[in-house]
Design a binder for this molecule. Structure first.
Ligand SMILES: Cc1ncc(COP(=O)(O)O)c(C=O)c1O
Length: 268
C-alpha cells in the first residue's frame, strides 16, 4: 500500500492509514500491510516478497491532495505485479468513471489493473453504490453466500449503476472532462501568485494549494460554500475542485470567479 492513501474507514483499511483521525481509538489493527511512498516504484518492488498478495494504490491520490504520480509509476507497478505474480488493485473510487478524462485514471498510463474498486459516481451522485470489478479468475474465489451486506445489490442502486455504465460507453463525459478540465485548470492556474500556490490534477479534478497566509483550506471552503461553491478541503491547505461532469464552461468561470473573490477577501 502507498503512504498517505485513503481507502476508507473499516478496521482493516485504517490499519494501514497514515491519518491519525481515522485510526485513533479504533482497532485492533489488521497486520500484514507494508506502506511505501506513493510514486516510488522501486520502494514497492523492495516491499514485495513471496507472501505478497497484492499492491493496492489510488492511481491518483485523492485525499492526499490530488497527487498525480510520475509517468513511469503505474507501468512499473504493472510490470512488477506481472513478474512477481501479485495482483494490482486500483482504487478508482474518486479517480474513476470519467473524472480525469478517461473512463479509468489508469488509462492515462496504458495500465489495466487486476481489480478496480469503484464507487461514488457509480451511483450517479444520488444513490450509494460501490463495486469490486475483476475477471472471474480473481473474483471467482468468492462463492454465493460467502460475502454480503444489507445494502449490497440494492435493485434501485444497481439500476442507476447500469445506467451510469451505459452513459460512460458513449465517451461524451470523458471528452467533457478532458476539455472542460483544461479550462478549469487554465483558470485556476491564472490564480497562482494571487493566493494560489500550486494546481495539480487531471480532467475535471483539481487540487489547489492555497497560500497559508490566507487561512486554512477549511476556512476557504466555508467561504466558498457561502458563495454557493462546494469544494472540499484536505491536508490543511489544499482545496479539491471536483465539479459534476455536466458542468458548463460558464459555470466553471463563475465558480473560479467566486474563488478569486474569496481569496481576495481573505488577504490579511
Ligand atoms: C479513494 C477512496 N477509496 C475508498 C473510499 C471508501 O469508500 P467507502 O466509504 O465506500 O468505504 C473512499 C471514500 O471516500 C475514497 O475516496
Amino acid at each position: 500500500v502507498a503512504r498517505n492513501n485513503f481507502h476508507g474507514r473499516t478496521t482493516t483499511i485504517i490499519s494501514f492509514s497514515d491519518d491519525e483521525t481515522a485510526r485513533r481509538g479504533f482497532g485492533p489493527y489488521t497486520p500484514g500491510f507494508r506502506p511505501v511512498p506513493f510514486g516510488d516504484a522501486a520502494a514497492a518492488a523492495d516491499a514485495v516478497d513471496e507472501r505478497t498478495v497484492a499492491i493496492l494504490i489510488e492511481p491518483i491520490q485523492g485525499e492526499a491532495g490530488i497527487i498525480v504520480p510520475p509517468d513511469d509509476y503505474l507501468p512499473r507497478l504493472r510490470e512488477l505485479c506481472n513478474q512477481r505474480n501479485v495482483l494490482l488493485i486500483a482504487d478508482e473510487i474518486q479517480a474513476g468513471l470519467a473524472r480525469t478524462g478517461r473512463t479509468f485514471a489508469c488509462e492515462h498510463w496504458g495500465v489495466v489493473p487486476d481489480v478496480y474498486l469503484l464507487g461514488k459516481a457509480l451511483g450517479g451522485g444520488v444513490v450509494p453504490l460501490s463495486a469490486v470489478v475483476a475477471d472471474s479468475d480473481v473474483l471467482g474465489v468468492l462463492h454465493p453466500g460467502e460475502h454480503g451486506s444489507t445494502f449490497g445489490g440494492n435493485p434501485l442502486a444497481a439500476a442507476v449503476g447500469s445506467t451510469v455504465v451505459s452513459m460512460l460507453r458513449r465517451g461524451e463525459y470523458q471528452t467533457r472532462s478532458t476539455e472542460l478540465g483544461r479550462h478549469l485548470h487554465n483558470r485556476l492556474r491564472g490564480l497562482i501568485g494571487h493566493g494560489v500556490v500550486a494546481v495539480r490534477g487531471l480532467g475535471l479534478w483539481a487540487g489547489v494549494d492555497i497560500d497559508p497566509a490566507l487561512g486554512t483550506g477549511k476556512h476557504l471552503s466555508m467561504k466558498l460554500a457561502e458563495r454557493g461553491v462546494l469544494v472540499k478541503d484536505t491536508q490543511g491547505a489544499t482545496l479539491r475542485f471536483a465539479p459534476p461532469l455536466v458542468v458548463t464552461a460558464e459555470e466553471i468561470d463563475w465558480a473560479v470567479d467566486q474563488f478569486a473573490d474569496a481569496l481576495a477577501d481573505s488577504r490579511p
